[in-house]
Design a protein around this ligand. Structure first.
Ligand SMILES: Nc1nc2c(c(=O)[nH]1)N[C@H]1C(S)=C(S)[C@@H](COP(=O)(O)O)O[C@H]1N2
Ligand SMILES: [Mo]
Length: 330
């Protein structure tokens, strides 16, 4: 693997929009999260290649032009940064919804023949350097092979245009429904393996403590993979003034790895009737409600998403915790 120039050569990020700014269904590329732990490797399209190795019948190396041999696939999906890997109880709300274009990794792997013992795919990026005082040879993540059937992409387009450099040009992995950290940019290698990967980003970072029903740490951990059920209110914005006795629209987005089955909206402790659109592809789902405030004063609006599998957005501090919007009724 050749080592590209890193520019910038250290942690680089752009913080995305606040919940009340998420007014567009497809987040414009200029408003996306950018998160690069080690900096941004500068890779020319013609220098790029992807090696597929490990537990496969035939190891292969493909060049960018080889991607055109596979059917093009587009998927509209939530794209969310999990926030700090070491503070899972801090909600980050770095959420966007975008359209990726590329080829299915499954289609490419079918040519290589995945061996039966392969349980994980390790994905290695071209970036290298220092993160949190640790010298890192490359950014490596992993995901279960069972996930391949769910639109895992080798993506070369974002919102209909070639990937911008900071988003992984010329090609990246996208694991729809998993937190963004798993979607390795500037992808260089896929390794099929029987075990999880051993680098810092799959061991030291991005493993959450598992809590019991009383929220005590069980001592076990689980990988930061599937996106938990979450929702945010887009409007009204924090600090808005609503008029007593007249109808106010409350709307927002709900999402998760599993489709969201219902959203509950509360104005203080008063439940408000909600309409929720069904999920299309892996996109977020719009919900809306009409509320007629009867009393003047300050009130907190909130929304709670429940997924089809029954898991609900927690009120306790966690990365997908319920988001409250403080408004004034006058
Ligand atoms: N190679 C590489 N891939 C990476 C990262 C990285 O530092 N290096 N950061 C991850 C994290 S934490 C997130 S949230 C997403 C962000 O993707 P974006 O910057 O394209 O929005 O990229 C992921 N993929
Ligand atoms: Mo992230």
């Amino acid at each position: 693997m050749h080592r590209p120039e890193m520019n910038p050569a250290s942690f680089y990020r752009r913080i995305p929009l606040q919940p009340h700014q998420l007014t567009e269904r497809i987040t414009p590329t200029k408003d996306l999260i950018v998160l690069c732990h080690l900096g941004v490797p500068q890779v020319a399209r013609d220098d790029w290649s992807l090696s597929i190795e490990g537990l496969v019948e035939r190891a292969v190396t493909i060049r960018f032009d080889d991607l055109a041999r596979y059917p093009k696939h587009r998927v509209t999906s939530i794209h969310q940064c999990a926030g700090s890997p070491v503070v899972p109880y801090e909600p980050a709300r770095r959420i966007t919804n975008v359209t990726w274009g590329g080829v299915r990794l499954r289609d490419v792997l079918d040519h290589c023949g995945v061996q039966a013992q392969a349980r994980y795919a390790w994905a290695t990026g071209l970036d290298y350097g220092r993160f949190d005082q640790v010298e890192v040879e490359s950014y490596v993540k992993d995901f279960p092979v069972a996930r391949l059937d769910q639109d895992v992409l080798l993506a070369y387009e974002l919102n209909g245009a070639p990937l911008p450099v900071e988003h992984g040009f010329p090609a990246r992995l996208v694991v729809p429904g998993f937190y963004g950290t798993n979607s390795v940019k500037w992808l260089a290698r896929i390794t099929l393996a029987a075990t999880r990967a051993s680098g810092p980003f799959t061991t030291r970072y991005y493993n959450d403590p598992v809590l019991d029903a009383a929220r005590h740490d069980t001592g076990r951990t689980e990988p930061v993979w599937a996106i938990g059920p979450e929702s945010v209110i887009v409007a009204p914005a924090p600090g808005a003034r609503l008029t007593r006795g007249s109808e106010s629209w409350i709307w927002g987005w709900a999402w998760g790895d599993a489709a969201i089955a219902s959203v509950d909206v509360f104005a203080g402790d008063e439940p408000v009737r909600v309409t929720l659109e069904p999920r299309s592809e892996r996109a977020w789902q719009r919900f809306s409600a009409v509320w007629r405030p009867r009393r003047a004063g300050k009130v907190t609006l909130c929304s709670i998403a429940t997924a089809a599998d029954g898991a609900a957005q927690p009120r306790e501090p966690w990365r997908n915790a319920v988001y409250g919007v403080d408004v004034t009724v006058a």
